[in-house]
Write a protein that binds this ligand. Structure first.
Ligand code: 13P
Length: 248
């Protein structure tokens, strides 16, 4: 049985004080204990949010990291720094990083390897553009992102990875992929993983859907057999909506 996992990606929103308000509102509610809940907050808020999360089941994520432990990489944040804060997860290869910060499969691969070496679980994002989908190339694109991103990652480590399928055309647009299309791609991702790592990993690896997930579409998505959770952007910034999504 795969434990469902819902993660809120706050992106570049919330100062420290705003983060504390939002996390307190989320923490006060009864969250479904059968769903693993994660908040991916800005770097500047990680330490403070971590303190508030002590004694709860809510997990903490960063939204990005560098692959080196330390060095002359001005402006970057290393896995050791995240580890010291007590970060559980790190989003890696989000499409916004690929689009605006030149993130490519090779750097995604280095970051995944480094996160795993530091006991930080990667939430690896993949997804196609509208143009790629309209030209029927979505599986080719996502398949390549998976295989290049997971290059040289061994079977023992891969069990700690979460894959997030986020079609780029559905992010922040209000256009959710239909639950059937989302499930079809998550099934393709599972098959790609099975071909590389075998049946056991195929059954255990968790795959999230992301892209305009809202309280009113989460249940239909979660009813699909290959969708194990959601990576939520905009709706995770309102405690009320995020809680409804976790408690789908
Ligand atoms: P939205 O839920 O705002 O579409 O964002 C999805 C996303 O990018 C989560 O990582």
């Amino acid at each position: 049985m795969r434990v469902p996992i819902v993660a809120g990606n706050w992106k570049m929103n919330n100062t420290i004080s705003e983060s504390l308000t939002l996390i307190s509102e989320i923490k006060e509610q009864n969250l479904n204990e059968n769903v693993e809940t994660v908040v991916a907050v800005p770097y500047t808020s990680l330490s403070e949010v971590k303190k508030v999360l002590e004694g709860t089941n809510i997990k903490l994520a960063a939204q990005n990291m560098h692959w080196e432990d330390k060095g002359a990489f001005t402006g970057e944040v290393s896995p050791l720094m995240l580890k010291e804060i007590g970060v559980d997860y790190c989003i890696i290869g989000h499409s916004e990083r690929r689009k605006y910060f030149n993130e490519i499969d090779e750097t995604v691969n280095k970051k995944i390897e480094s996160a795993l070496n530091n006991n930080i679980k990667p939430i690896v994002c993949v997804g196609e553009t509208l143009e790629e989908r309209e030209s029927g190339r979505e599986e080719e694109i996502v398949g390549r992102q998976i295989l290049k991103g997971l290059q040289d990652i061994d079977k023992k480590s891969v069990k700690d990875i979460i894959i997030a399928y986020e079609p780029i055309w559905a992010i922040g647009t209000g256009k959710t992929a239909s639950s059937n299309d989302a499930n079809k791609m998550c099934s393709f991702i599972r098959k790609t993983i099975a071909d590389k790592y075998g049946e056991e990993i195929k059954e255990s690896i968790r795959i999230q859907y992301g892209g305009s997930v809202k309280p009113n579409n989460i249940r239909e998505l979660m009813n699909k057999d290959n969708i194990d959770g959601a990576l939520v952007g905009g709706a995770s910034l309102r405690a009320e909506d995020f809680i409804k999504i976790v408690n789908y």
